[in-house]
Structure formats: structure tokens, C-alpha cells
Design a protein around this ligand. Sequence first.
Ligand code: ADP
Ligand code: MG
Length: 736
Amino acid sequence: MSKNKSSESVKVVVRCRPLNRREESHGPAGGIVQMDLRLGQVIIRNPRAPPSEPQKTFTFDAVYDANSKQRDLYDESVRPLIDSVLAGFNGTIFAYGQTGTGKTYTMQGAWMDPEKRGVIPNAFDHIFTHISRSQSDKQYLVRASYLEIYREEVRDLLDPNHGNARALELRENPDTGVYVQDLTSCVCKSIKEIEEVMNVGNQARAVGATDMNEHSSRSHALFLITVECSQPGPDGRKHIRVGRLNLVDLAGSERQAKTGVQGERLKEAAKINLSLSALGNVISALADGRSSHVPYRDSKLTRLLQDSLGGNAKTVMVATLGPAPQHYDETITTLRYANRAKNIQNQPKVNEDPKDALLREFQMEIARLRAQLNHRKWRSQQKKELVDGEGWERDGDEDTEGEEGEEVEKEAEEYVKQEEQRLEREKEAIRGDRSLLAEDKQRLLGEKERMMGDLRKEQEAAEQLTARYKAMESKLLVGGKNIIDHTNEQQKMLEMKRNEIAEQSSREREMQQQMLVQDDETLELRETFTSLQQEVEAKTKKLKKLYAKLQCIKAEIQDVNDEHVRSRQELEQTQNELTRELKFKYLIIENFIPPEEKNKIMNRLTFDPEEDQWKFQPLVPAESKSRQMKKRPTSAVGYKRPISQYARVAIAMGAHSRYRAENIMFLELDMTPPNTASLDRSAGADPNQSPSLDNSPTKDRVRKSRSWCQTPKSITSSSSNVSLAACHTATPAAAQ
Ligand code: ADP
Ligand code: MG
């Protein structure tokens, strides 16, 4: 992948959780993971290897050890990303690691304890505080969605009937990339509201799963926040920037045991980690930089994260580790995975004025409602003018925002009150007027009543309009206004200082890492030798150092090869099991399903690549169906099916019970010698040859044809004609 100016690599940080009580009780060995916070290095010891074997070292953008605070990780590694999202970039944070290493702790943490709040709640605070502190010419719209991917199905966690809801589909839009169709998206106006959204989703997740632990370790949870910001540009027009933030808590990365399961469970097992292995393949393909094909389409997760890996987003990966010696293999796999991800290059860019910005739609709708309200105001003023006879100038200032709604509402109320009073007065006057006839009085009073009714209706309509206007407007957050900022100046300063420190330390770490690399390279150049002896010593030292490095690399190669072999063996085993399953299914199909049925089914099946499934084409329409089907022959009255004359006779005669109701006929061959032979004989043929010609083959055939069943005793005569004739004579009534 070419590094161009605007490209930046995926930021990878590693976090190790403390030993838990169970692990501590395992033995005094302690953890196998050491961290150098200053250099951003993880040093890991293989508990099974001899002490002479060198330890493995990995370097990352930042590392967080067991004593690290949630706040440290957020301020140093996440805050810059959220700032970018607020500026209109797409951003992704995903937590990767074995189950129980602290992915959920890092992403969500403990809500109630401010010290233990994870990335997601801290991001909520950050976003809304930023909005409240921004200038008042900025308008914001914040939306949140929450989904999970379980067994390659995308489920909406904010859907009220999440349990029964069907799986959602992914779609692709050339402008905005891959998105989930029909996903619920909630407009959030405050931290409280967005926290509520998160809690609703978490509850749905817990309810949907029978075994929460297993479910949560096998499903991927994605919390999506979209922040749209509108601000007047130098050209005087409002410009919208849209930042999308994906907060991803991945499924546990440990190898799932696929062996020994069969049928449905096998299929399930094959799907469970499909997304994760596809993610691994995508990372490998991107990190390698040589492969032209990146298999994003292999799984739902990789499709959704397409922008975040090698796309236009800024990405932070948090790899979580456990320090226990018994998880060495998984830990080293996680570290290798994370190490590979460092090489992925993204090209982040700001989403400026996208076509589908919801904020634009909202602004247009608000403008429309305001115009309607203004129109009403103008109309009521005109009426007033007519009644009062006062002059009134139309207010040209249509753009006044803010209290406009309330003002208009107040004015409308006032107007309605005045009108009502006026109508009441007029009604009184009519009633008191003696010069009018009773009929006229009634008519005039009726008219006034109608006018009052109209007035009330109009008032209701105006109220509704105002309510809609207010509801729409309240969804948009205006900088420095909608949220009460509890933090005072001092706190602001404190935060700024903390950010500066975080920036400083990450810069320092970067420099340290660079220095380390340069040290190795320049060592040779700096050295000047005064004597031969000194040169030998220096070179021996260097040789030793390089030899140790070589050993490290050799061990690494061996490890990677071993792992490769292991995963290949596992894949082969899965493949064997799947083949066996396939053979079993084939056996059933070939032996127990009639070929014509099989062909019919096969002709109806089509493969849906979107859903990765075979699907039945719809059946033929109902009216043409009757034409295609053959009509069943009708049976004689009283019988279940058509029955031959012979069977009826057999029934009547009480023939072999086995063949009673079946249409089996015993047809004996006619043994009478053909007449032609005698004619031939009379014509002078050799009389000695005739008996063999006439009898032998026919007899053989007769014997053969009768050999498959025992002829019932009652039907023993040599010809069927004879037997039937006999039946007729014996039971003439039954034969009917
Ligand atoms: P995962 O989501 O990776 O399966 P969890 O986040 O559920 O793991 O963490 C497992 C346990 O470890 C939880 O009880 C959590 O409180 C604890 N834990 C994880 N990381 C830390 C940490 N950095 N500090 C303290 N406790 C932690
Ligand atoms: Mg978890």
C-alpha cells in the first residue's frame, strides 16, 4: 500500500488487565506480561520455554498495564479520535482479545463509578460537552444506533421486539459506503438520552441470549454514533460535516472448539468465528500490502468495518491481554494480530456536505414550519387590522430564530382571546338589540357561533403546528446553549492541561522509539577504534547482540510456522467433518429421494450471494398448477382405488389373501398347440420334429413366469380364460 501524504496508520494500543483471584490462586508464578510504558513495549515470557530463551518484545503506539486507569487510555488514545469525529471524520475503536481480558471493561466499564467508566460513556461526555462549549452559530444533530452480529446475522438492539425481529441486511451506497438497512437510529439531545439508548440495547442483548456469557463472548456489539454539524462557511452558506463513530466490542478471539460437533452445531460453529477470521484475513491482506484483493465481502463485520480498515476512517485498535501463564498461546496470538494491524494505512477524509445529511432535512423542515407559522401570524394580524381599522406593517424579519416559536404562540393566544371576547360582545349586542326580528337574531347568533367554532379549530391547528415546530427544533443542539455546562473555567483548564500532558507523553514515546531504532544503525558509525584488541572486543559484542537478535527471529519464525501448521490442521479437520456430513446427506438423497423429486427441487433452488444461502424460487402460480397435475383416475364405487375384474373375482373366491385387493393378475400361457403346425404337418413336414418345436420352449417360459409366486390353489387351471370361466360359473353374483 502506498503511503501518500494524507494516509495514516491504524493506531494500535495494548492493555493488560490485572491477575484475577482465580489466576492468583493458581500459583506464585505471577504474570507473564511486562510492559514498558515509556517505550510502548510489551515483553512476554513463555512459561514453558527454558529460562535461556530470550523474551519476546512487541512495540505499539501505547501500552497500558494493570495499574492503568480508564481515563489514561481515553485521554491519550481515544480523545484525539473523538475530536476528529467531531470535526467530520469517520472513526472506529475496536477492542480485540480473548474472552475475559477486559474488552467490555475497556469499552463500557462500570457505569456508576466515574473512575471506571469506559470508552463509550467517556465518549458521550466528550461529545456533548464539546457541543455545549462550541460557538452558537453551530448546530448539531446526534444520532445513535446499536446492533450486534451473532452467527453472521445482524440484529438491531434498539428494535422493541428484538427477540423476534428478522436479521437485517447490509446495503451499499456509493456515497456513504456500507450501511445496515432499516436500522433504528435515535436522535439524542443529551448525555442522559444517549445513555438510555445504550442501556436499552444492553438489556436487549441480555434478554436475547440464553447463556449471556457464551452469547457475549461470541457476538460482536457495535454502537454507532453519527454527529452532524452545520456551520456557516466563508461563502455565507451553511455547510454540514458528518462524523461517524463506530465503537466495537468484538467477540472473544480464542479458538472455538469445532471438533466433535455435528450437523447443525457444526454449521453454527463454522459461522461463529467467521467474522473474526475474516477480520484477520482482511488485516493480513492490508498489512501485507501486496495482495490486490482484500476479502471484505467474506463477512458482515468486515463489510461494516470496510471504511475503518484501509478506508477513509481513523482507527484505533485496543488489544486486550490477560497476564496468566496458562493463556500464553492466546496472548501471543493477540499480540501478533495487533502487531500486524499496525501496518494498515488509512486515508482519512472529512465528510463535507454529504447528500444524505439528516441535519439538512431537519433544517428544511424547520424552515417550512416556521414559514407556516409566520404566515399564520401575518393572517391574524391582517384580520386584526381589518377589525380594528389600524394600520400594520408586515414584519419583514423572517429569519429571527430562537424564541420565535414562543413569541408566535403567545401572540396567537392573545389574538384568539381577543377575538373570542369580541364575538361574545357582539353576541350580547345582538341579543340586546330590540330592533331585530327574532328570526334575524337567531341567524346572526348562529353565524357568530360558527365563527367561534372556526376560531377554535384554527387555534388547535396553530397549537399543533407550534408543537411540531418546537419538537423539531429541540432535536437540533445549538452550540453553547442546549446543554447546561456544569464545568467551570478551572475544570476546562485542567482538562486542557491533561490533554497537553497526554500529547506530550505520546510524542515522547514516539521519539524514544525512533531513537532506539537509530541507535542500532548509528552505533557502528560512531565507533572509532584505538587498537586492534578494542576493535575485536567491540565487534564480538556486536556479534553477540546480532546473534541474540537472530535467535529471536528464528524462534519467531518457528512459532509462526507452528501456529500456521496448527491452524491448517484445524481447518483440515473442519473440512473433513464437513465432507463427512456432506457424504451422509448425499447418501440419504441418492437412496431415499426419488430422482425426479430431487431434480424438481434442484431446478427450483437458486443461490443468494447477499445472504450466502440457497433459496427456493417461488412456486408456480395457483391457476396453472391444476393444468400441470394429472388427474387421478376415479375408482369404482366402494373401492379405495381402481380395481381390475380379475382382482374382484379373486376377492370373491377368497383367493390368496395377500393379493386380494391388489391388481395382480396371473396370466397363464395358452398351452394349446398352434393350429398352423398341424396345417404344416398336413402339408408334408417332418412329423418327427414337431413335438420338440411345439412344447419345450413354451413350457420353460411358463415355468419361469410362475416361479415368483405360489399360485393360489383355487386358480390352478392352465389358462386364465378357463379359470375366469370357472369363477363365473361358481359365483356369478360376486363377479358382478
Ligand atoms: P471481555 O469482555 O474481554 O470478555 P470483561 O471486560 O468482561 O472481558 O472482563 C472480565 C473481568 O475482568 C471483569 O470482571 C472486569 O471487571 C475485569 N477487568 C478487565 N479489565 C480490567 C482492568 N483493566 N482492571 C480491572 N479489572 C478488569
Ligand atoms: Mg465482553
